[in-house]
Design a protein around this ligand. Structure first.
Ligand SMILES: [Zn+2]
Length: 675
């Protein structure tokens, strides 16, 4: 029976300046694919939307560096990534791109909707302009000295050395990254989205979500605490969606604003292709439709705060029903990061292993509530000890028995008894538990329950001892093997969200079409005695040590799996001793005028007092720090930040995009030496 609920499932739009790696897959692509496949087996009305995010400065910058057009950059990554997803069995209903005409049009309409309602704020301010290049320089096009740590090659948006978020005007000695030209400040006018106006409504909405994952809720709390600010939604750039209001030549809509509208434009495109051009509205506007965004944790703010507030401002569309964000999948402790390029690329790994083996290994390690790890050894062990030993073994021993004892024909079902009904009922119960896990986005639990069902099938085979029955009670033996073949079909359905290619192979082995291939048929009798079976085959060939060792040695060469190895930049104890670390007590703390990032702090260190400037203002209120005991570098060469003297540096660590000051455990006197 079909219910009325519609499911609009989206996966984060991959940025088209790099190849997809398995960290991305674990974060935002495999879980929605499993979810959507499961929904389709339940006959639910579901569509699965994603596509390449193809605008922004990073792509324009890459095109300048490679001396090719932005179009050539995005074509390269879009088509390669699209194929990589297909090879891995990630089955979108549409995987489109934000460079499409329909997306430009949809994004412009969205912009105009807010513009016409006077929601957008127009504001002039000074930005860096290159007279030589005759254009404004966007943040990534500017390099200069970091005001926080003094690194000379800091980017206009971020210092890669100390991790501070920056704006171009904060850089010391800014210059154009492309020509080295020294830019001048020039007035420019931009539109802003008043995000702060939506904070109350947003927080009310988010905190009403009792079934959302805690990582998402906690992340939002952090943002609300800091306070939401107006965000510019236009910028001076060539590559992107043009601002649809006259007098804005040379300006495009900021990619953070325009990209998520891609979910809408791609849904439109899907239904245009299906010749039902208005049907997209049923998924975006009807109250019985559920919008579910699958993302990695680095995308939480855009999907839980920014995009929903845009949708609230627009008013015509549903807000997300859920945002099951994943944490990161690591390799040997290293985060898979696009920018560092140290992941295992999907286009490479699919040449080494069957897609289902990769899917299974990732799914058993989904970083659902905390970061998790991927290793080649684990992939080998999951293939050999679980997929082959449990799943492959059951299918194989059943069909081999049928082939050798019953001429490859599905045997008779005359002597069925309670044990057969029991195991089939057990499968129905398993299907119900797996359903409940999928409904709540608990994919690891769903998979482990699925494998338990396969284990119970093996147990049924063992307990029934068909190898004895074939001598003593042939008719009963037929019924057991018949039941095992039914279980093979149930298993094919049950595993298919995670292992779709294997499910197809099992159907071929059973010589069965897809007429009973749906969730309600798990634990039901669907096969006919007397039907000839197909060819048997080994579903999961063993993965040999030699193959794994080769991959491990390659990845240590290129991708830094360095768990116990020496770090590259080893220092002597002597070097460390040059740094005077001391405990300091914060006695005063205030914001530096005209700076978003900087605090001026007065510290008491034993019987001396000193002033330092620190780039932590976005993450603390001044009063949070006063009275705290912190750790400072006491002998750092003095410097000036925004014209203010700084005589040291406090220690802080970055976690989930937030800087946290290092504090101390228990009572320690200020002035105490740290070593
Ligand atoms: Zn820095």
């Amino acid at each position: 029976m079909k219910n009325n609920t519609k499911y609009l499932v989206t996966a984060a739009l991959p940025y088209a300046n790099n190849y997809i790696h398995i960290g991305h897959v674990a974060g935002a692509y495999l879980s929605p694919d499993i979810y959507v496949r499961y929904r389709k087996l339940k006959n639910d009305d579901v569509i699965f939307i994603s596509g390449s995010d193809e605008h922004g400065t990073a792509i324009e910058m890459a095109s300048i560096i490679e001396k090719i057009t932005p179009q050539e950059i995005i074509d390269r990554y879009h088509f390669s990534n699209k194929k990589a997803f297909e090879d891995l069995g990630i089955q979108f209903d549409i995987f489109s791109r934000t460079s499409s005409d329909i997306h430009h049009k949809t994004a412009q309409e969205f912009f105009l909707n807010l513009y016409n309602k006077n929601i957008l704020v127009k504001r002039s301010d000074k930005q860096l302009y290159s007279e030589k290049e005759k254009r404004f320089l966007a943040d990534r096009f500017i390099t200069g000295t970091c005001p926080v740590c003094g690194y000379e090659e800091a980017r206009g948006d971020e210092c890669e050395n100390c991790g501070s978020n920056l704006s171009p005007s904060e850089l010391i000695n800014p210059r154009s990254k492309i020509t080295g030209d020294i830019p001048v400040e020039k007035e420019t006018t931009h539109y802003y989205f008043p995000l702060g106006n939506y904070q109350e409504k947003l927080s009310e909405w988010i905190f009403s979500k009792t079934d959302w994952k805690s990582n998402v809720i906690n992340y939002c709390k952090g943002w609300f605490k800091a306070g939401l600010r107006d965000r510019a939604i236009t910028r001076d750039l060539d590559w992107g969606v043009k601002v649809p209001v006259e007098g804005n030549d040379g300006k495009v809509i900021y990619v953070w604003f325009e990209a998520p509208i891609g979910y809408i434009s791609m849904t439109k495109e899907l239904f245009i292709k299906r010749n039902e051009p208005d049907k997209w509205k049923e998924y975006w506007c009807n109250k019985d439709s559920r919008l579910i965004h699958f993302i990695g944790k680095d995308n939480i703010v855009f999907h839980s705060i920014v995009f929903p507030s845009m949708l609230m401002a627009h008013g015509d569309f549903n807000l997300p029903h859920n945002i099951p964000a994943n944490e990161f999948l690591n390799i040997g402790g290293e985060k898979f990061s696009k920018s560092r390029g140290n992941g295992i690329l999907v286009k490479d790994i699919v040449k080494e292993f069957e897609p289902d083996v990769i899917r299974y290994t990732i799914a058993t390690n989904f970083p659902e509530s905390k970061d998790s790890e991927f290793t080649w050894k684990d992939l080998q062990s999951k293939n050999n000890n679980e997929l082959a030993a449990i799943l492959g073994n059951f299918i194989n021993r059943t069909v081999v028995f049928a082939k050798s004892k019953f001429c490859n024909i599905i045997p008779g079902d005359k002597s069925l008894d309670n044990s057969d009904t029991e195991i089939l009922n057990q499968f129905k119960e398993s299907a119900a538990s797996v359903s409940a896990f999928y409904d709540n986005f608990r994919f690891r639990d769903a998979l482990s329950e699925t494998m338990n069902a396969v284990r119970s099938a093996n147990k049924y085979f063992n307990d029934s001892e068909p190898w004895k029955l074939i001598r003593d009670n042939k008719e009963r033996c037929e019924a057991v093997i018949y039941t095992c073949l039914e279980l093979c079909h149930s298993i094919a359905v049950l595993i298919s969200p995670v292992l779709p290619f294997t499910a197809d192979k099992i159907l071929k082995i059973l010589n069965k079409d897809k007429s009973d291939f749906n969730w309600e048929k798990i634990g039901e009798r669907v096969l006919k005695s007397g039907t000839e079976l197909g060819e048997s085959l080994i579903l999961f060939p063993q993965i040999e040590d030699s193959q794994i060792e080769k991959l491990i040695s390659e990845s240590t060469d290129s991708t830094a799996v360095k768990k116990t190895e020496m770090p590259e930049n080893v220092i002597e104890l002597e070097d460390f001793k040059k740094v005077n670390l001391k405990i300091a007590k914060v006695i005063e703390c205030e914001k530096v005028a005209k700076s978003k990032k900087l605090f001026k702090l007065k510290l008491k260190i034993g019987d001396t007092e000193k002033q330092i400037v620190s780039g932590i203002a976005e993450f603390y209120n001044p009063e949070d720090l006063i009275g705290k005991l912190i750790v400072v570098v006491d002998n750092l060469k003095p410097s000036k930040l925004m014209g203010i003297d700084s005589h040291g540096m406090l220690l802080a660590a970055k976690t989930d995009g937030q800087l946290k000051v290092i504090t101390v455990d228990g009572e320690i006197n200020d002035g105490a030496v740290v070593n």
